[in-house]
Design a protein around this ligand. Structure first.
Ligand SMILES: Nc1ncnc2c1ncn2[C@@H]1O[C@H](COP(=O)(O)OP(=O)(O)OP(=O)(O)O)[C@@H](O)[C@H]1O
Ligand SMILES: [Mg+2]
Length: 236
């Protein structure tokens, strides 16, 4: 569903991403780990079509995000660290608005409410203005959009940074539910502990390169941390 093929991106003279290859299939959660500046967000932005690769390509369902932006956006759901919502609108109205933008045909009030509930938002919050939502509640509206859109692929960039441990655990449960429904999920995170718990595969990035690919189902938390520190310590 998501494929990075020799994905390379230069920012001026600086190579932010250098020949990265991986695929994320339906039912997979692929976690990108790596230090600040390793190239995780750059990878995600290339799948979104926000910028053009210097070489190689990022494909969504075999489609090029730059050449077929509409078709690609229909398949994708992007959740950044802070989900952008309209503060003056309620959670319900925000979901209605973004679902319409995403071309969701069935936006009946019942279905919108169902999606918000499935994303774990408390019912009494549906009609409240988002200006008063906590960060975790905003992320849930993002998940509700993924649910109502039936997004085939999800791109998440540090979606739980700043969430309290309970909200983070709940968020990861929701992710696993979407995975079990067949979504292909690519997530950048600094949370080794959660990455190991939810991922099928972990990619360790350093200085724009994918240094190591790990089967997350077959590694202990301690071994993951050791490998991470070892890779991050490498200079070349
Ligand atoms: N628009 C830009 N112009 C110039 N350089 C950029 C731009 N965006 C990213 N970079 C550089 O590309 C490299 C990779 O950045 P990226 O944001 O992908 O890292 P990251 O792994 O997401 O880091 P973090 O963990 O801090 O979010 C960094 O060296 C960064 O400074
Ligand atoms: Mg980043």
């Amino acid at each position: 569903m998501l494929s990075a093929k020799n994905l390379t991106k230069d920012h001026g003279a600086h190579r932010a991403l250098d020949g990265v290859n991986f695929t994320v299939g339906p039912g997979d959660i692929y976690c990108l780990l790596g230090a600040n500046g390793a190239g995780k967000s750059t990878t995600i932005k290339l799948f979104l079509g926000f910028m053009q690769p210097t070489a190689g390509c990022a494909e969504v369902d075999g489609l090029n995000p730059q050449q077929e932006p509409q078709a690609v956006r229909r398949r994708l759901l992007y959740i950044p660290e802070n989900v952008a919502l309209y503060d003056e609108l309620t959670g319900f109205e925000n979901l209605d608005y973004f679902a319409r933008l995403a071309g969701v045909a069935d936006r009946s009030p019942a279905r919108l409410r169902e999606s918000l509930a499935a994303a774990g938002l408390a019912r009494e919050a549906f009609e409240r203005r988002v200006a008063h939502y906590s960060k975790g509640m905003r992320q849930k509206v993002g998940i509700a959009l993924a649910i109502i859109k039936e997004a085939k692929a999800m791109l998440l960039d540090e979606p739980t940074s700043g969430l309290d441990p309970e909200a983070s655990a709940e968020f990861h449960d929701l992710l696993m539910r979407q995975r079990d429904l067949g979504a292909a999920i690519l997530m950048a995170t600094h949370d080794l502990f959660r990455a190991r718990e939810v991922a099928t595969t972990i990619g360790l990035m350093q200085a724009g390169r994918l240094r190591r690919t790990i089967d997350a189902t077959a590694i202990t938390a301690n071994d993951l941390e050791s490998l991470y520190l070892e890779e991050m310590g490498r200079r070349t």
